[in-house]
Design a protein. Sequence first.
Length: 311
Amino acid sequence: MSRKTKRPNWTADLRIGRSQKPGEALYDLDRFSDGNIQQWQSYGLAVRDFHYALFFDLEGQRAARHKELRRALQRSQPITVPLHGWCRLVNFKFALEALSPAGSLRWVGQRFNFGGEIDPGLFAPFPALYLAENFETAFREYHGLPQYKQRNGLSPEELDLEDRGSWASVQLAGSVSNVFDLTKASNLRSMCRIISKFNLSDRVKRLAVKARKPIPILVKTPTELLNSFMSIDWKSWPVHFDVPANSQVFAKMIVDAGFEAILYRSVKGSGKCLAVFTRQMVNSDSRIALDEGYPPHVRFVEINATNCLEI
């Protein structure tokens, strides 16, 4: 990138040539001015301010009705999920700690837990252990691959843009009790009766206009709420705006309501998944164990009430 300092309203350009030799032709890739940069910065701040204000506008309303929302979630009948046939994929270097939920705390976390890089002063991180109903679902969730086998002749492994190195699949045994069943939108009905009364402040609406965004339409039905939890691009809020996604906020509410896990349909594979909040297992009869055939030096072969806070 070059800067032409002799002109008051300078123009920067990105150029590419066929070689670095003197006299070789250069071609413009992009051209922009000081004014363009200032406009982009201003717009970026407007977008950030809008999303931040929108989140805390709704967060304040959730806080004001926290007890109501907790009771609404507790009206859902908890289920027990047997883990026979379930599995988990882990990076091979962590194979001796295959039942550790520590990986879920990295970066911004996962769909149903807060990670360490969302503002920890406001959103205390909490771990979740993610399990899949079958190998196909575990494979696609681990590699972030949608539900197809090949596209243009490429296999799922070849389509995975992130180099995850070697990995291991572990088979599970045991069961998890006190699970919130998110595969049924009807379990969100009581919660929706409360949040359907939420509204947006005038400030948020003004900021939406400034950011050139449409005025948000708030969730009103259980299906709409469920769809927001299972959004493909759920990471955009924590990554770009440093606030949790809807699904992460919901997971914290589920933990506060006393549940140990969330059962949900995979958005990648054909099966179901469990997000297990291991710290909730202290007074539980839940048990997550490695099936037979694990190496002798595995640190934890089982998670239960006696060791769930150690892992």
